[in-house]
Write a protein that binds this ligand. Sequence first.
Ligand code: ADP
Ligand code: ADP
Length: 229
Amino acid sequence: MNIIEAKNIVYEYPDGTEALKHIDFKVEKGDIVALLGPNGAGKSTLFLHFNGILEPASGEILIDNKRLKYDRKSLLKVRQKIGIVFQNPDDQLFAPTVEEDVAFGPLNIGLSQEEAKKRVEDSLKKVGMEGFEKKPPHHLSGGQKKRIAIAGILAMGPEVMILDEPTSGLDPKGASKILKLLYKLNDEGMTIIISTHDVDLVPIYAKKINVINKGKIIKEGTPHEVFDD
Ligand code: ADP
Ligand code: ADP
């Protein structure tokens, strides 16, 4: 079953930039999918459509085969189901300590302090950052910040995690830790969508690849289908 489907999406920024030109894209529940393309291809813009941060000029987004609506209640629901980890963790980490940062989402959706605390513990454990609760996020390394940003999304209990360039700016060891973590989450049932401009990385981790260029999907398939011609 498709958990996310984009049908014929067109999006233009207010300054007239045509970022997405009739995009079709689908993700099956439980998949690990890569969106591969150069900088400026439209990867972030497409991702921002998947949880309703952007609304297409035409076309539609289906979540669990139902058309996404843009009223407040529907948006709250879709943002819990589909979490986005932004490319730069500094765009995502605001709070004075790691635990407050990871607790922000759960508290924001109205969970109790007690439940939020439990979510924080569980998610920090999942990303291998237990023991960092009281640290200020800005004291952490790039890879650690990334893992805290992932923990913040995990704490919301999403079904899909979208990551914009999750390994960018990390050294090989940091990058490999993130990729291992994503595999593990996928093994546990999480649907994962990753964007990257790094051709070398994709075949290693994705089951399916969509190649995007200049706002259009130009290829899609398994790594084998996409790269062997
Ligand atoms: P990618 O994530 O693949 O690097 P983006 O989705 O960020 O690509 O950008 C797609 C296109 O939209 C690019 O031409 C980019 O310059 C443009 N763009 C991105 N954000 C904005 C914005 N806020 N206003 C105008 N144009 C934008
Ligand atoms: P608004 O749309 O009014 O900014 P938000 O709920 O998005 O409302 O954010 C409220 C405040 O919380 C803002 O000051 C914002 O900077 C901060 N904030 C947003 N996201 C996070 C986060 N993940 N962690 C900690 N603080 C955040």
